[in-house]
Design a binder for this molecule. Structure first.
Ligand code: FES
Length: 167
């Protein structure tokens, strides 16, 4: 695939949802929902990927995605932090990470700061439980975080330095 998605680890959870729901009538909705949870929004590349993998016409995917208001096609804030709240991440403290972000930036999970600089969302298992607690900051997958390291990393990104992936 020659898109910006090539090799993106967040596709793992999308692929899992495709495998799990592929034959079901409501697969498209489920898969789009998982895709949005994993990426924060539905990019054109992601919509094309889902259409191709589910063997559904692109127009139908756009039709469903635009019909339901829960889907969004642009990242909301300038920066996006997605915290995995799947079981493995949760038991290792992902809830504390969300709470710390909400307190520090006065934003509710699923929302964007008043200045539009940071969106914070949560996702179910992102498919890399060995990296728990994990988060995706502006597309960079960050492993084994805690509240303090997350706040530090987010502050660096808000200062204009791209997130550095670490294993
Ligand atoms: S529970 Fe977070 S990656 Fe699986």
């Amino acid at each position: 695939m020659t898109s910006t998605l090539s090799g993106d680890p967040r596709l793992k959870s999308v692929d899992r949802a495709i495998k799990k729901n592929g034959a079901r009538g409501d697969a498209l909705l489920e898969v789009l929902n998982t895709a949005q949870e994993s990426f924060g929004y539905l990019s054109q590349d992601l919509i094309r990927y889902v259409a191709r993998e589910l063997h559904v016409p692109l127009a139908r995917v756009y039709g469903v995605a635009t019909f339901y208001h829960l889907f969004t096609f642009k990242p909301k804030g300038d920066h996006t932090c997605i915290v995995c709240l799947g079981t493995a991440c949760y038991v290792k403290g992902a809830g504390d990470i969300v709470a710390a972000l909400e307190a520090e930036y006065e934003v509710k999970s699923g929302g964007t700061t008043a200045d539009g600089r940071l969106s914070v969302t949560t996702a179910r298992c992102l498919g890399s439980c060995g990296l728990a607690p994990m988060l995706v900051l502006d597309g960079a997958v960050l492993a084994r975080n805690d509240a303090n390291s997350t706040l530090e990393r987010v502050a660096v990104v808000l200062d204009g330095t791209p997130a550095q992936e670490a294993d």
